[in-house]
Every structure is written in structure tokens, then in C-alpha cells.
Design a protein around this ligand. Structure first.
Ligand SMILES: CC(C)(COP(=O)(O)OP(=O)(O)OC[C@H]1O[C@@H](n2cnc3c(N)ncnc32)[C@H](O)[C@@H]1OP(=O)(O)O)[C@@H](O)C(=O)NCCC(=O)NCCS
Length: 195
């Protein structure tokens, strides 16, 4: 666990001076509406910041955008992405969610508000489906600041519950959609059955 000093040091290394609570951007839902223009902007953002340097991988990831952040001058400065996953232990469909802010837009306490907005977009999307394709959002806390900050088993601000550690040793958290119900278990393959 790192204390305030640890946070400050980590931020200094990332080139972020102070936490600034001013909201630096607008959050815009884009789920299932990603066009060629936005794809190009995302490829540029992830390339410039070295977050997803390979343009082909970045273009694939762009299609998973749920919400983006735009600064006052309209520049793209953040994105949350989701892709349907089926964690083996849970055997239920969940959106695997990732979030990225350009370094100069970090430290404004917007990580959770942005996540909450993206989760709402995904929840509304599945609520309109006859059989919701996902029962919630799965988070793997890749960021040391976040895993040090969020140590409560249930975190009310992000409505997320700790469910264990990933094979990479990172915190896994789930935020279930309102009223979500479990999908029927697919039958286990019989031993010797063709794959
Ligand atoms: C992960 C990421 C989106 C978080 O955004 P951020 O702008 O850095 O985070 P925030 O400013 O919202 O801070 C998050 C929490 O850490 C706390 N925190 C951050 N810096 C702190 C500091 N110096 N001292 C004390 N607390 C601090 C904040 O207070 C906040 O908690 P709170 O909202 O409950 O108060 C951003 O850092 C990023 O894009 N990182 C690179 C990609 C990445 O690691 N993604 C994670 C995938 S899970």
C-alpha cells in the first residue's frame, strides 16, 4: 500500500504536479458509434502517448470505445473501452473495461466519474436487449495509484466489489448492472466430446 507520499512520488514520475479538482474535459458517449474520424483520433492519442503504439491494434481497440473525453478546445484526451469477456471462474458474460487519460489530463479526480458514466452507457445498452449480453463490468486495476487507493472490498463510489486477483496479480473488481440476472450455465463439455 502506498501513502500520500507514494502517490505524490508516482505522480511526479508521471509528470503530474498536483491533484486538481477542476473538471478538465467533457465526457461524451460513443458506444457503437465509433466512425473513421474518431478511430483516427484514438489511434493518434494512443500512438502519441505510447499507450497502444501499434496502429492496427489501436484501430481494433477504438471500436470498443464507450465514452471519450474532450477538452475545452475539442481535443480528444481520454477514452474508456469495453469488450465482452467470459471469465472462466465466473462463467458469466462481463464487459472487460479499461480507461485511459492523456497524461496532462490526469489528477483531476475524474477516474471514477468517467467510469460511472461509461458503466451507465453500457447498462442502458444491455437493458434494451431482450437478453442482456453482459451482466456488468469487470475491472482489472492495472494502475498502481488506483489499486493503492481502492482497497475497500466494496467501493461505493464506483459501485464495485473486489472478486479476487487476476493471473497478473492485479485486483479484479466487478460492478454488476442494476437488476442483472445470471445467464444459465452452459453445459460442461463431456469428457471425450469433440472440441
Ligand atoms: C487510470 C487513470 C485513468 C486514472 O485517472 P487519474 O486522473 O490519474 O486519476 P484521479 O485523479 O481520478 O485519481 C484517482 C484516485 O486516486 C487518488 N489520488 C490520485 N493522486 C493522488 C495523490 N497525489 N494523493 C492522494 N490521492 C491521490 C484520487 O484522490 C482519486 O481518488 P478519489 O477520487 O476517491 O479522491 C489514469 O491515471 C490513466 O490513464 N493511467 C494510464 C492508463 C491506466 O493505467 N489505466 C488503468 C486501467 S485499470
Amino acid at each position: 500500500m502506498i501513502g500520500r507520499r507514494g502517490f505524490a512520488e508516482a505522480r511526479r514520475r508521471q509528470g503530474i504536479a498536483e491533484l486538481n479538482t477542476e473538471v478538465p474535459f467533457e465526457i461524451i458517449p460513443v458506444w457503437k458509434q465509433v466512425d473513421a474520424g474518431l478511430t483516427a483520433e484514438l489511434v493518434e492519442l494512443w500512438g502519441r502517448t505510447n499507450a497502444v503504439p501499434d496502429p492496427e491494434r489501436a484501430a481494433i481497440r477504438a471500436r470498443q470505445a464507450v465514452c471519450v473525453a474532450r477538452s475545452g478546445d475539442g481535443a480528444l484526451c481520454g477514452v474508456g473501452t469495453a469488450v465482452l469477456s467470459f471469465p472462466r471462474r465466473l462463467r458469466q458474460p462481463l464487459y472487460y473495461y479499461r480507461q485511459f487519460f492523456a497524461p496532462e489530463f490526469r489528477g483531476h479526480k475524474q477516474a471514477v466519474p468517467f467510469f460511472n458514466r461509461a458503466r451507465q452507457v453500457l447498462q442502458d445498452y444491455t437493458a434494451a436487449q431482450a437478453t442482456p449480453e453482459s451482466i456488468g463490468v469487470l475491472l482489472e486495476l492495472e494502475n498502481q495509484l488506483l489499486s493503492a487507493r481502492y482497497t475497500r472490498a466494496f467501493e461505493p463510489a464506483a459501485d464495485s466489489a473486489f472478486i479476487g486477483y487476476s493471473p497478473r496479480g492485479l485486483q479484479l473488481r466487478v460492478s454488476y448492472f442494476e437488476g442483472a440476472t445470471l445467464h444459465p450455465l452452459p453445459p460442461r463439455p463431456r469428457p471425450g466430446a469433440p472440441a
